[in-house]
Design a protein around this ligand. Structure first.
Ligand SMILES: Nc1ncnc2c1ncn2[C@@H]1O[C@H](COP(=O)(O)OP(=O)(O)OP(=O)(O)O)[C@@H](O)[C@H]1O
Ligand code: SF4
Ligand SMILES: [Mg+2]
Length: 337
């Protein structure tokens, strides 16, 4: 259970969850394990949004798949509404999937080119045997309206819609079974900037009116700040800072969060928000198949001390009700420095 949510308040709970892939073969022909997600504990309360940010490869999508039970963790447990998620693929899991849906970056890939939009929005209703054919037609019409699509667009095929319209159709399909949780993995990254804002506003409106919880994964920190009630910053498979988005974006405590926040584009290109200078990270990009000892961020951290190479910092409570994993925030008990 995350320290940030009161007991019993969570819809989704990841507790000490890890996922290790076998990875590519190394020089000696042995597979090098890739620890994509490493002891992650997160919670999402009903009707709330947890944003996940971090560089490419830090484990965001894997966390999303674990949350949905699309993959089983190698360690730890994922619970939905207080119950462990059953193994993927079984009947029990399929029933649960009606209550948790995935929306990802590529709406064209998510839709079947050979079927009309209306048929695809009705698909989850048919799969879960919800309503009569007439009920489903009514439901599809209502869903098209909910996501801002004209009723006649239901008769079109995916390639006959714009990118924004296709993502709205994907959302309508995700909403068909009245899910309690949406995992949105880069849901607007493939859209034009002007369309992104419309789709994000629609998502937050739908969340307010339906009380849906969201796991919102994105590279775009501005969007994450706009939609999230909680934010988790990930680095090499671990959460390094977690808490209220306003606090994290205004005064990031972890050196990696500081670098991410300083890179949010502002009209003054060389300066980050509030006139902070942009922190450019040097050193090798993170590689989960070769995790540095101690704090995994130490080869790139401008503030690293000797202890950082020897001991991995734990994620612990810090000022402003947040959790931070950094020796500068929680000095280690030993005398490494
Ligand atoms: N099925 C898989 N088999 C082997 N390695 C995998 C698999 N899926 C993910 N990985 C590895 O796990 C790590 C985390 O991947 P993941 O897709 O979760 O990152 P991400 O944060 O979503 O990245 P991006 O921002 O690029 O989408 C990466 O190193 C990736 O190469
Ligand atoms: S523990 Fe050390 S290396 Fe890691 S973020 Fe903090 S100061 Fe930097
Ligand atoms: Mg991803």
């Amino acid at each position: 259970m995350s320290l940030l949510e009161p007991a019993g308040a969570s819809l989704l709970e990841l507790e000490g969850v890890s996922r290790v892939y076998s990875g590519r073969r190394g020089l000696l022909g042995r597979r090098v394990p890739v620890r994509a997600v490493d002891h992650v504990s997160l919670t999402v309360a009903p009707g709330r949004t947890l944003g996940i940010v971090g560089e490419s490869g830090c484990g965001k999508s894997t966390t999303g798949r674990l949350a949905l039970g699309l993959e089983a963790p190698d360690q730890g447990q994922v619970r939905f509404a207080g119950q462990p998620i059953p193994p993927p693929g079984g009947a029990e899991w399929r029933r649960l999937r009606a209550r948790m849906q995935l929306v990802y970056q590529d709406p064209l890939g998510a839709l079947d080119r050979r079927l009309t939009i209306a048929t695809q929005i009705a698909e989850p209703l048919a799969i879960h045997a919800i309503g009569t054919p007439a009920d489903r037609r009514d439901r599809v019409a209502a869903l098209l309206g909910d996501v801002g699509l004209r009723a006649d667009l239901g008769g079109r095929y995916p390639h006959e819609l714009s990118g924004g319209q296709r993502q709205r159709a994907v959302l309508a399909r995700a909403l068909a079974t009245d899910p309690a949780l949406l995992v949105c993995d880069e849901p607007v990254s493939a859209l034009d900037v002007s369309i992104q804002a419309q789709v994000v506003n629609m998502l937050t409106d739908l969340q307010d009116s339906r009380g849906i919880a969201m796991l919102f994964i994105s590279h775009d920190l501005k969007v994450v700040r706009q939609v999230s009630h909680q934010v988790a910053v990930m680095y090499l498979g671990r959460v390094v800072e977690q808490g209220d988005p306003e606090a994290i974006f205004a005064t990031p405590a972890h050196p990696y969060s500081r670098a991410l926040v300083s890179a949010i584009p502002t009209p003054r290109s060389s300066l980050g928000p509030r006139g902070r200078e942009r922190i450019v990270l040097t050193g090798d990009p993170p590689n989960p198949a070769n995790r540095p000892a101690g704090c995994a961020f130490h080869p790139r951290c401008p503030l690293a001390i000797a202890a950082c190479r020897a001991e991995a910092p734990e994620l612990r409570p810090a000022d402003g009700g947040r959790l931070v994993a950094c020796h500068l925030v929680h000095p280690p008990s030993g005398s490494f420095a």
